[in-house]
Design a protein around this ligand. Structure first.
Ligand SMILES: [Cu+2]
Length: 126
């Protein structure tokens, strides 16, 4: 009987795992969610209020490595604006998520993924 129960648990876990893969998504959430697919942010900008954080959500398997700066075509342009929270190669694993901020200064702040050319976004803090 114990064996049967164990098999049932394994099967349940397997089913959940397969469903998660099939959806190709991530049910994680948090303040100001910004989703990422395999090579890009799914939105180019987000507007938030002073003091808020953003939640990066990776909907696919490739990890992302986020830092202050942007891409000029395929050339990385690391830069940090005055008042920007320092984002030092923050890794967001496949199907993982991470909190970024708080953004305590009003302004326009650029973020990019250091491993995916062209993967960039702007955070506008009002
Ligand atoms: Cu990336």
């Amino acid at each position: 009987m114990k064996k049967l129960f164990g098999a049932f648990i394994l099967f349940s876990l397997f089913t959940v795992f397969i469903s998660a893969c099939a959806m190709g998504g991530n049910t994680a959430t948090g303040p100001n969610p910004v989703h990422m697919d395999s090579t890009s942010f799914t939105q180019s900008s987000i507007t938030i209020k002073k003091g808020e954080i953003i939640t990066l959500i990776n909907d696919d398997a490739p990890p992302h490595v986020i830092a202050n700066g942007t891409w000029d075509d395929s050339t990385p342009k690391p830069a940090i604006e005055p008042g920007a929270p320092k984002v030092n190669n923050m890794q967001v694993d496949g199907f993982g998520s991470g909190k970024l901020g708080p953004f305590n200064t009003a302004g326009t702040f650029k973020l990019y993924c250091t491993v995916h050319p062209g993967m960039k976004m702007t955070v506008i803090v009002k």
